[in-house]
Design a binder for this molecule. Sequence first.
Ligand SMILES: C[S@@+](CC[C@H](N)C(=O)[O-])C[C@H]1O[C@@H](n2cnc3c(N)ncnc32)[C@H](O)[C@@H]1O
Length: 211
Amino acid sequence: MKKSSKGLGLYDNLDLSASQNDQELQEVYKKWASIYDHDNDDVLGTVSQPNSVQIFNKYITDKNQKIIDVGCGTGLVGLELKKLGYTNFDGIDISKEMIDIAIDRGYKSLLLGNLNNSLPIESNSYDAALCVGVFTHGHVGPSRLKELTRIIKSQGLVCFTVNEDVYKSYGFDEVIERLESENVWKILELTKHDYMTKKRVMGFYCIARVN
Ligand SMILES: C[S@@+](CC[C@H](N)C(=O)[O-])C[C@H]1O[C@@H](n2cnc3c(N)ncnc32)[C@H](O)[C@@H]1O
């Protein structure tokens, strides 16, 4: 397929070395939303959504469980959940323009929220959370993993990806282990797989059970 020069320009102009603030990121995703899915497939070759849902699916027994997709973007994780028969999932994202595209992708409800702050969700609300593509350059750091556990019921699951480029440099390796030693969660699986195949970037995939 022909590559869109527009798409390539947007991704390659992202300053991946700098920390972006939430407003800057919202501007990036506002511009990116309409061509995000194209870039996901044809420019980046991103496979984190199907890979995450495959891992998640190994540990879930009831497909009607209440799930939240944090940083749902245009809903590519929702599409994968729907394919596998999941029926009860919501999405939340900082970008209204990304959420607008997710509307017909199977989510029961979609809301605006910022993982760098407290999410507008009560504690212990969901059986499981997915968070794919959010722990990456300039987006959200490891200190916010605990916020994901806050909204999950005891014995529920948290499944997330971390871009390999920021895994050690942002301290995800230490925080993931520390949350286990502090008895916040038990890690069920932590593995490294393909993430953005056309950029030759790998990602860490983690699923943990909240205590
Ligand atoms: C690389 S995209 C991944 C989207 C989707 N999960 C996927 O896998 O296709 C990152 C998403 O995280 C969202 N995001 C970035 N910072 C966020 C924050 N602080 N809180 C919530 N969402 C955020 C962006 O708006 C964007 O939709």
